[in-house]
Design a protein around this ligand. Structure first.
Ligand SMILES: [Zn+2]
Length: 322
């Protein structure tokens, strides 16, 4: 995940509307929580194992072996779980490194592809080439292992795919899981959010999902997901729904509506393209965010219990139908 912007304006009007904005094109969702008999419980331990597996591939940096290995692994799994899997290949010429063309692939797994009403959940699967927030120059030259940054959101969505295959929802809402590539290449924003930009450019506006939810940095030992400010500006009703579901599940303390920042991430190009997207992000990884973009972004610092909280929110939204 990228960087926090300096907050220069305060969109207090946006905060004031939270909870009072109706989603005009969203039918009333079923009552939450969905009864236990109608949906699976998210398996946080299995998701933690999926993080460990990803880190074992090595850094998932475009054009490198670990990236290719993880892509093949994701496609093989999703082919057995989803109704339809698309590998959306694209390239990007790096804006600062002459001659470097990044070869990347977004992966889209669709459940009930024929359904008109759809929900989209996304996470980036690539990892950052350089640990630019590390303390020493030697560490800053190393890649980020990406247990939390890349690995956690991907693990939650892969585990969601397993649950969807095991116990399909008893409604006719289609679910799309989007694994974006090239979110974290950098070092600057010109060479980040690449997969989300490509997806947004290719998306058919007539087939936009009802809403989308981005997961990023969702595995920290001390979870905190304050409502992110671009999400509040672009999609306040989506934030209201997602954070409301978290509260229904007893997670209100982990999902405060205030205290968030503006964070440049994959949800920004999607929102700009009209796909209303909220970002569930914990931009405080380790004490004082000391683990973010460092070589210490390792599975010992992610927790099944945190992945379970986020996974439960996602499953609740999915099985409620929106
Ligand atoms: Zn990152």
């Amino acid at each position: 995940m990228p960087f926090r912007l300096v907050l220069v304006t305060v969109a207090c009007a946006t905060l004031a509307t939270i909870g009072f904005v109706a989603c005009s094109d969203t039918p009333d969702p079923p009552t939450s929580p969905v009864p236990d008999t109608l949906r699976p419980r998210f398996d946080g331990g299995a998701a933690q194992a999926l993080i460990e597996r990803q880190v074992a591939f090595g850094p998932r940096i475009p054009n490198r072996q670990g990236h290719a290995d993880q892509l093949a692994w994701m496609l093989a799994q999703l082919d057995t779980l989803a109704d339809e899997v698309e590998a959306q290949a694209f390239t990007h010429d790096h804006t600062r490194i002459p001659g470097l063309t990044l070869r990347m692939t977004n992966v889209i797994a669709r459940f009930r592809p024929e359904a008109e009403r759809r929900l989209l959940f996304l996470a980036h699967w690539d990892t950052r080439p350089f640990a630019d927030q590390a303390r020493t120059a030697a560490e800053r030259a190393q890649p980020v292992p990406g247990a939390n940054d890349g690995g956690s959101g991907t693990a939650v969505l892969l585990q969601v795919a397993r649950h969807l295959a095991d116990q399909p929802p008893n409604h006719n809402v289609g679910i799309d899981l989007l694994f974006t590539d090239g979110e974290d290449y950098g070092p600057t924003l010109d060479d980040m959010l690449l997969g989300a930009r490509h997806y947004a450019a290719e998306a058919n506006p007539d087939e936009a999902p009802v809403y989308a939810v981005l997961l990023d940095l969702v595995g920290d030992a001390t979870p905190s997901f304050p409502a992110e400010r671009f999400s509040l500006d672009f999609a306040p009703d989506v934030v209201s729904r997602v954070w409301g579901v978290a509260a229904d599940l007893g997670y209100a303390d982990f999902f405060p509506l205030t205290g968030g920042s503006y964070i440049q991430d994959d949800h920004v190009p999607l929102n700009e393209a009209g796909i209303r997207t909220a970002n569930i992000i914990d931009f405080d990884y380790g004490p004082g965010n000391s683990l973010w973009h460092t070589p210490d972004d390792l599975p010992i610092h992610t927790r099944a219990s945190t992945l379970e909280i986020v996974g439960e929110v996602v499953l609740e939204l999915i099985y409620a139908g929106g």
